[in-house]
Design a binder for this molecule. Structure first.
Ligand code: HEM
Length: 94
């Protein structure tokens, strides 16, 4: 699967902006998107560990403070929920 970064990056900016600053500019369904990706190529627990390691390392390299801690916490909890949903194949949240 090829990622179109020119489209994907602005989507990610909106997603994380909304998580931290409640800007309301993101209107997708990440859980559904990742379930579909999982159908093409299985995510493993190691993938999620590596994802979080890179995410938190990058946040720590670039930022410090309350919002840095908040975004890392949210990343971990969304990632955990994503893994549970993918593993169970259930729709717990939209
Ligand atoms: C193993 C870890 C992960 C991998 C490999 C992964 C990979 C991907 C891929 C391939 C896409 C689609 C890009 C495209 O549209 O071309 C995507 C979209 C996205 N991912 Fe992930 N992802 C991971 C974990 C996460 C986590 C933990 C979060 C949130 C905390 C997240 C948030 C998003 C969002 C918001 C989108 C955009 C969905 C949309 O189109 O609305 N991802 N990801």
């Amino acid at each position: 699967m090829a990622v179109d970064w020119a489209t994907h990056l602005p989507t990610m900016y909106n997603f994380w902006d909304n998580v931290v600053f409640h800007t309301n500019q993101y209107s997708g369904n990440p859980m559904q998107v990742h379930k579909e990706i999982h159908g093409l190529h299985n995510f493993t627990p190691t993938d999620f560990k590596q994802w979080y390691q890179l995410f938190s390392q990058t946040v720590d390299e670039l930022f410090a403070g309350e919002n840095s801690e908040l975004i890392k916490q949210r990343a971990l909890s969304i990632s955990t929920m994503m893994q549970i949903k993918i593993a169970s194949g259930q729709s717990l949240l939209k």
